[in-house]
Design a protein around this ligand. Structure first.
Ligand code: ADE
Ligand code: ZN
Length: 325
């Protein structure tokens, strides 16, 4: 029997796509208000419908097409924080894409960001959750679009906007095509994370480390196929933002017991736990903890240690870390 994990355990979630956290009912409501027909992206029971990861990216973009104004993003932020509060999350970081908020134009982006920041302040007051933003280039949109995204990040770096990263289809383009954007963000003092090793294998993790030099890797789990790389991650204290339920739902691994997160921990890699795009993967952070406790006999002490590591790896100042630890 696995230990029962208190659902209210305070949690730190570092890997959460903002649009990917949108409840389907919220997106359906926006579509109705705007007279948009996106019925084909929903299953009969009202969830998101897609066949595989690449189709997921298309459905993700169709859902995102309903988010058109800063006010829409403000409302989404409150909905996302309400869900996080239900999971016991006390601190979250979320990926935001200027491509979806003004198309990379800095002054439009400022308006969207302002609306999201205002909602985050309400979330702090009403739910006691601290939210930070990470501007994220989208790999399959190409290197050209990553440059204005980086400029948007640099121009709005501050207490809320603290990081820069890259997500999207890992099989498109090479990390070296994005060095300009990452160098630009690093020079401005932004903290860096890059999706790698979700679909692109261990080599993709190596390339991301070599060319983009992030302190955290989104997923990174396929590093397990190259033990020298696993040792490098452990020695260099690179933090993995692991999203086990996402990987299982999308078929990267067949089940929780087959997921490498336990082996990575055994080899002293710093792992943190997140949901990625929770309604798309029909998961919550509470469900992730329950599944991991069952699969690996992890106890509340394991989850507390993982959350302490996540707080240390958070892209926020020391005072905020002290408060959430
Ligand atoms: N964008 C949203 N979710 C993603 C994921 N799991 N991998 C890459 N890009 C994403
Ligand atoms: Zn992700």
């Amino acid at each position: 029997m696995s230990e029962k994990i208190d659902p209210a355990l305070p949690k730190v979630e570092l890997h959460l796509h903002f649009e990917g956290a949108a409840p389907p009912a919220f997106i359906r409501g926006l579509a109705k208000e705007k007279n948009l027909d996106i019925s084909k992206i929903f299953t009969e029971d009202g969830g998101y419908a897609y066949r595989d990861f690449w189709h997921f990216l298309e459905v993700y973009e169709a859902a995102t097409s309903t988010l058109q104004t800063p006010e829409d993003f403000h409302r989404l932020c409150l909905a996302v924080l309400e869900d996080r509060a239900r999971d016991g999350v006390v601190y979250a970081e979320t990926f935001l894409s200027p491509d979806f908020c003004g198309g990379g134009d800095v002054s439009a982006w400022r308006e969207y960001l302002h609306a999201i920041e205002e909602a985050a302040a309400i979330g702090q007051r009403d739910f006691g959750i601290t939210l930070k933003g990470i501007v994220t280039a989208i790999r399959h949109f190409g290197p050209e679009k990553s440059r204005p995204a980086a400029i948007c990040a640099v121009e709005t770096k501050g207490d809320f906007l603290t990081g820069f990263g890259i997500a999207g289809d890992e099989k498109m383009h090479h990390p070296k095509d994005f060095t300009w954007a990452f160098d630009c963000a690093r020079e401005a003092g932004l903290r860096l994370t890059a999706h790698a090793g979700e679909w692109g294998g261990a080599k993709s993790v190596r390339d991301a480390l070599d060319y983009l030099k992030p302190e955290r890797i989104g997923h990174g789990v396929q590093a397990i196929d190259d033990l020298a790389l696993v040792d490098r991650l452990a020695e260099d204290r690179v933090v993995l933002e692991v999203c086990p339920g996402s990987n299982v739902f999308l078929g990267v691994y067949p089940s929780f017991p087959a997921h490498p997160v336990d082996k990575l921990r055994e080899r002293e890699v710093i792992v943190t736990l997140s949901t990625d795009d929770p309604p798309f993967f029909r998961t919550t952070l509470v469900q992730e903890y329950e599944a991991l406790a069952k699969a690996f006999s992890w106890t509340e002490a394991d989850f507390r240690a993982i959350n302490a590591d996540a707080a240390r790896a958070a892209f926020c100042d020391a005072a905020t870390k002290d408060r959430i630890l």
